[in-house]
Ligand binder design. Structure first.
Ligand SMILES: Nc1ncnc2c1ncn2[C@@H]1O[C@H](COP(=O)(O)OP(=O)(O)OP(=O)(O)O)[C@@H](O)[C@H]1O
Ligand SMILES: [Mg+2]
Length: 233
């Protein structure tokens, strides 16, 4: 299991993110948040797992982590989930399945997980169908927070497809890795009001740690302001 030790420095940083999420849930009714990044390997899955884990530390919080990356599923592997439980792909293909039929509950972490399943031959069609929205609507009834681990934003269209079902996007920016142009493209393609924040993952001082966070309130225009800022030479 790769959830962080709650006493570690990194866990404390995810605690900051958790606090922001808790505040936004109250003030802006933010419930479904997608973790994305411009490119491959920036730390989306790591951030999604640890943010969901941090939110789930609140004993009365009902938290669901959903792996939407049906092209290259990673949550089940990173969490070392055993067995072959039903998955998001199963639920997308079979409309008789309900969220509760597919989710597995990790009682020890107070965390529910919906693994991606797949890889599938038709990710675009699957995510494009209205079925995903219906599943997330069911999940909204049962959970306080729904954290989505997504594929990289620029190379594949999946995040653009799911944007309508998502209350906000957290964009992971990997220090020394994410090209500025790719980040600008990501911010350009997102509705500014849905950009909840940027999460900086790793830096030259503490290479192995999650290192910082800037946020905007859902519904504000900060997304647009950042976009301009990132375009400066
Ligand atoms: N803060 C971090 N500290 C240490 N290792 C990290 C950190 N963030 C990411 N990694 C490592 O970098 C690799 C890529 O991270 P991760 O799988 O979270 O990225 P991703 O954005 O989900 O990738 P993909 O685009 O393939 O889905 C993993 O091996 C992960 O363990
Ligand atoms: Mg990933």
């Amino acid at each position: 299991m790769t959830l962080l030790n709650p006493a570690s420095f990194e866990a404390e940083q995810y605690g900051v993110l958790r606090h922001v999420m808790e505040t936004l849930r109250k003030s802006a009714n933010l419930k479904v948040v997608a973790i994305t990044s411009a490119g491959v390997g920036d730390g989306k899955t790591t951030t999604a797992i640890n943010l969901a884990g941090a939110l789930a530390q609140s004993v009365d919080a009902r938290v669901l982590l959903v792996d939407i990356d049906v092209r290259r599923p990673a949550v089940a592997r990173q969490l070392k989930l055993a067995g072959s439980k039903r998955s998001l792909v199963d639920a997308l293909m079979d409309s008789s399945l309900k969220v509760e039929d597919t989710v597995e509950h990790l009682a020890h972490f107070n965390l529910s997980v919906l693994r991606a399943g797949g890889p599938t031959l038709a990710p675009y069609e699957l995510l494009k169908s209205s079925r995903l929205e219906a599943l997330l609507d069911q999940a909204r009834q049962r959970y306080d927070y729904i954290v989505l681990d997504t594929p990289p934003f620029v190379p594949v269209p999946d995040c653009r497809l799911i944007a309508k079902c998502v209350d906000g996007f957290l964009i992971v920016v990997a220090a020394h890795r994410t090209p500025r142009s790719a980040l600008a493209e990501t911010l350009d393609l997102l509705e500014p009001a849905k950009v909840v924040g940027l999460v900086f993952n790793g830096d030259s001082v503490r290479r192995s740690s999650y290192s910082g966070y800037y946020h905007a309130h859902v519904g504000s225009s900060r997304g647009a302001r950042w976009r301009r800022a990132w375009r400066k030479p």
